[in-house]
Design a protein around this ligand. Structure first.
Ligand SMILES: Cc1ncc(COP(=O)(O)O)c(C=O)c1O
Length: 403
């Protein structure tokens, strides 16, 4: 039975209508992470939500439903994950996708031909490629701007600007946007404020508290945390956003599988301790890198010398485990990478294994050379995702690799 619209679906599907934001707000973040939204499976009491490995659900009788019809629309394992994410982000409803890009590709379809979208100029290369190489063909226009200065956002607005899409901190230059100021500007011209919160996660930053309408994630990174699953999320702040996003999500169908939803639920239980430990190691590595003679600039939002350090203290509760640094000489980059014994040279972030990335050729290779150079994403820049290994071992590895 194909449901015509979200509202026409069976009554029990009200669970899919979004969460009760007050349900667990008396609890601290680490507790909410460990226990999730529902706590236990309502049918059996299982402490961990079971993997409902099913594509479809039988209806008890004509016109009746258990609340679930088909797993593309809703699945109980995925629903518990989605409700947990909505709760953590202070949103109303979340959807879990098979990758971060699937989530971004879905959300951007809220806009149509002739709509103008402002995007932070320093962002994940795959997002740039999706907008510039694919969606621009369908009549959307994008401008890439430095959003660290609210004035830049204001002066880039056009009559048809419908959205401001940012990463903060940005990938890989770690630039920070004033969330409240940005929200006020885009709302003043009637647009939506969308924040990719992949780097800090709701554990350290809750963009909706500062006016974001939609929060996105590559769940592949800190939320998944173990470099073993791909996932993505869209979280909506308000009830009236649910129907349009649900229509896009279930029509396109890039949803997360029940098995990966379960792995993600398990990962979330340790997000608090992972984020704290990764940040602690990052702060130790920061001092090492800042004092090394071969290292030029170090970009870490928790560095008191970072240009927007004060702003970070105001709008986030932590700095995370991501940092970038440049070497003084480009010719030192390949030997450093080749000499690493512990740190892995790989393209991702946020997991328990420490990864070193060369954004110029890897994650940001899709961005035009001129734009990369202007931003500082050059052949001397490296990005470090600090994992959960002992910080002393990581520093020893960097020290011997730097030579
Ligand atoms: C900030 C950010 N957003 C989105 C994505 C895309 O996510 P995924 O690789 O899960 O599709 C990435 C990937 O690196 C990212 O770093």
């Amino acid at each position: 039975m194909e449901e015509k619209s979200f509202k026409d679906m069976a009554p029990l599907v009200r669970d899919l209508l979004g969460i009760d934001p007050a349900r667990k707000e008396h609890l601290k973040e680490a507790t909410r992470l460990v226990r999730g939204y529902a706590e236990a499976d309502s049918l059996t009491g299982a402490v961990n939500t079971p993997i409902y490995q099913t594509a479809t659900f039988a209806h008890p009788a004509y016109g009746m439903s258990t609340g679930f019809g088909y797993s593309r629309y809703g699945n109980p394992t995925r629903l518990e994950l989605e409700n947990t994410l909505a709760m953590l982000e202070h949103g109303k409803k979340a959807w879990a996708f098979s990758s971060g890009m699937a989530a971004i590709s879905t959300v951007i379809k809220l806009f149509g031909p002739k709509d103008h979208i402002l995007v932070s100029d320093d962002l994940y290369g795959g997002t740039y490629r999706l907008f510039h190489d694919i969606y621009a063909k369908y009549g959307l226009t994008f401008d890439y701007i430095d959003t660290t200065e609210p004035e830049h956002i204001k002066s880039a607005l056009r009559k048809n600007t419908r959205c401001l899409f940012i990463e903060t901190p940005t990938n890989p230059m770690m630039k920070v946007t004033d969330l409240r100021a940005a929200a006020d500007i885009i709302h003043g011209s009637g647009g939506l404020f969308i924040v990719d919160n992949t780097f800090l996660t709701p554990y350290f930053q809750k963009p909706m508290d500062f006016g974001a309408d939609i929060v996105l994630h590559s769940g592949t990174k800190y939320l998944g945390g173990h470099n073993d699953i791909l996932a993505g999320f869209i979280i909506a702040a308000r009830e009236e956003q649910i129907e349009p996003i649900f229509m896009l999500a279930m029509s396109e169908g890039g949803m997360l599988s029940p098995g990966d939803s379960w792995l993600m639920l398990r990962s979330l239980k340790t997000l608090a301790i992972r984020m704290q430990a990764q940040q602690e190691s990052a702060l130790t590595i920061l001092e090492f890198l800042k004092s090394h003679p071969k290292v030029g600039n170090v970009y870490y939002v928790g560095d008191p010398d970072h240009a927007q350090y004060k702003l970070s203290l105001e709008q986030t509760s932590g700095f995370g485990g991501m940092m970038s640094f440049s070497l003084k000489r480009a010719e030192d980059v390949p030997p450093l990478i080749n000499r690493l014994k512990l740190i892995l040279f790989a393209e991702s972030l946020g997991g328990v294994e420490t990864l070193l990335t060369f954004p110029y050729m890897q994650t940001h290779g899709a961005i035009p050379e001129e734009m990369r150079e202007r931003l500082g994403v050059n052949n001397r820049l490296l990005r470090l995702s600090v994992g959960l290994e002992d910080a002393d071992d990581l520093i020893s590895d960097l020290a011997q690799a730097l030579g």
